[in-house]
Write a protein of this length. Structure first.
Length: 204
């Protein structure tokens, strides 16, 4: 019996995201346990064979890999109707062939870059308890919804009532993410934590 016959078939379907330029390709395989965003081709070529291969398509602008899906952001002068099937077939074949997705050491490299940029959490010691609560609320209520839309949200800083978050994946640069941020996240945090005055985003 050949090895290919025993392989579990790759199932793949697409999901809309709030960002019309981004599409989520969901699969029945675990691709990466975590979040991996590739906004530059150079970084993709260094750390992810899958992202690098997707960048070979002229219409791919950004690649975001997390858990069992890939969110692709396209160049705006192409329509999904024209490119979606090609990408879907390509990703499916790529996964079916068990090709590598993300290189070892990627998470450590991202942590190092973030530390260099100073993305270590910024807040005063007096606010440590508030920050713990804010992070718990974001992780419990906001993250799952944002992940369903093919994106990610991370806490960045808290200062004098202003919470700064980083949006990634389909949520980065998406017009509706500002609405989500203001009407959803901000109103929830204000309601649960009166000391929160505003939530702002830093583009991830």
């Amino acid at each position: 019996m050949s090895q290919t016959a025993t392989k579990r078939p790759v199932l793949l379907y697409t999901e809309q995201t709030p960002n019309p330029e981004s599409l989520k390709f969901v699969t029945n395989r675990m691709l990466y346990n975590g979040t991996a965003e590739f906004k530059e081709e150079e970084f993709a070529r260094e750390w992810s064979e899958l992202a690098a291969a997707l960048y070979d398509f002229p219409y791919v602008k950004k690649v975001y890999i997390a858990n069992n899906y890939v969110t692709l952001t396209k160049e705006f002068n192409y329509s999904w109707e024209d490119v979606m099937l090609k990408l879907k077939e390509y990703i499916k074949d790529y996964l079916q062939d068990d090709k590598p997705i993300i290189k070892e050491g990627f998470a450590e490299e991202v942590a190092r870059i973030e530390e260099e940029r100073g993305v270590s959490y910024e807040y005063d010691e007096d606010d440590a308890e508030a920050v713990k609560q804010i992070k718990e609320l974001i992780d419990t209520y906001v993250k799952p919804a944002v992940e369903m839309d093919g994106g990610n949200i991370e806490f960045k800083s808290y200062h004098e009532g202003i919470v700064t978050v980083i949006m990634q994946g389909s949520c980065s640069g998406c017009p509706s993410s500002t609405v989500t941020l203001k009407s959803g996240i901000e109103s929830m945090l204000k309601r649960m934590m009166p000391q929160v005055k505003e939530v702002v985003q830093e583009m991830g």
